[in-house]
Design a protein around this ligand. Structure first.
Ligand code: AP5
Ligand code: MG
Length: 231
C-alpha cells in the first residue's frame, strides 16, 4: 500500500476477546504510520501507574466487565487529540457499546473527520478461548505472543525489549468466558450499527496472522478505492 501520500485514516478493529485486534493493530499501525489506540492497554497502563482512572478500571477489568462508558469516552477523547494522531488512528477495543459508538461520532465530527472502515475480525468462541489460554503478554511493552519465550525477543514493540512475559489476570478461564458473553451482549450489536452505515468489512480472523494482515490491507485499499470513485 502506498503510504507516501499520507491521508488521514480512522480505522476500528472490532472482534471478540482474543480475535487478534491487538496483534493486527500493531502490524497495521506500522504499515500505515498511524497511531494504535488500545483502550485495554490504556487501562492496564493506568492500573500499573496506580492512577485514579486505573483504580476505577481495575474493579471492572478483573471481573471481565466493561468500564463505564463515560470514563472510557473521556479517556479516548483525550487520547485521539494527541499529536501522534495527526495522520489518524486504529481503535483497538473501542467502541464497545452503542453509546461509545455514538460518542465517537461526536468526537469525529468535532475533528471534522469520518471513519475509513470498521474491520470485524471473525473468530469462533472455541478458538478465542484457546488463544486466550495460551497468550503471553510483555510486561514492558504490552506486545502479545502465542507462546512463552525468553527475552530479548523479536516482536516486542520497543527495539530493545527485555520485558518479562506474564499471563493477563483477566485471562483466567471463567473471566475469559464472561468476556465473550459481554462481547456478545454489548459489543456485537455494533456489527449491525456499522453495517447500516456502510462501514463494516468482515475479515476471516481464523487465518494465520500474516494472512489476516494481508486481508486487512486489501480491505483498506478496497474501501479507499471505492471512496475515490464516489467523490
Ligand atoms: P482488551 O485489552 O481490549 O481485551 P479484549 O477485547 O478482551 O481483547 P484481547 O486483548 O483479550 O484480545 P485481542 O483481540 O487483542 O487479541 P490478541 O491480539 O491479544 O480489554 C480488556 C478489558 O478492558 C475489557 O474486558 C474491559 O474490562 C476493559 N475495556 C477495554 N476497552 C473498553 C471499552 N471500550 N469500554 C469498556 N471497557 C473496556 O491475540 C490473542 C492471542 O492470539 C495472542 O496470543 C496472539 O498471539 C494470538 N493470535 C492473534 N492472531 C492470531 C492468529 N491469526 N492465529 C493464531 N494466533 C493468533
Ligand atoms: Mg488486545
Amino acid at each position: 500500500m502506498d503510504t507516501s501520500k499520507q491521508c488521514w485514516r480512522g480505522i476500528i478493529l472490532l472482534g471478540g476477546p482474543g480475535s487478534g485486534k491487538g496483534t493486527q493493530a500493531v502490524l497495521l499501525a506500522q504499515k500505515l504510520g498511524i497511531a494504535h489506540i488500545s483502550t485495554g492497554d490504556l487501562f492496564r497502563e493506568n492500573i500499573r501507574m496506580g492512577t485514579e482512572l486505573g483504580k476505577v478500571a481495575k474493579t471492572y477489568i478483573e471481573k471481565g466487565e466493561l468500564v463505564p462508558d463515560e470514563v472510557t469516552v473521556r479517556m479516548v477523547r483525550e487520547r485521539v487529540n494527541r499529536p501522534d494522531c495527526t495522520n489518524g488512528f486504529i481503535l483497538d477495543g473501542f467502541p464497545r457499546t452503542v453509546a461509545q459508538a455514538d460518542a465517537l461520532n461526536q468526537v469525529l465530527a468535532e475533528m471534522h473527520r469520518s471513519l475509513t472502515a470498521v474491520l470485524n475480525l471473525q473468530v469462533a468462541p472455541d478458538v478465542l478461548l484457546e488463544r486466550l489460554s495460551r497468550r503471553w503478554t510483555c510486561k514492558a511493552c504490552g506486545a502479545v505472543f502465542p507462546e512463552f519465550s525468553a527475552p530479548p525477543r523479536a516482536g516486542c514493540k520497543k527495539e530493545v525489549c527485555d520485558g518479562e512475559l506474564y499471563q493477563r489476570p483477566d485471562d483466567k478461564p471463567e473471566t475469559q468466558r464472561h468476556r465473550i458473553e459481554v462481547y456478545r451482549e454489548q459489543t456485537a450489536p455494533l456489527e449491525a450499527y456499522y453495517a447500516e452505515r456502510g462501514l463494516l468489512v468482515e475479515i476471516d480472523g481464523e487465518n494465520s496472522i500474516e494472512r489476516v494482515h494481508q486481508l486487512i490491507l486489501d480491505a483498506v485499499r478496497c474501501v479507499e478505492e471505492e471512496d475515490r470513485h464516489t467523490v
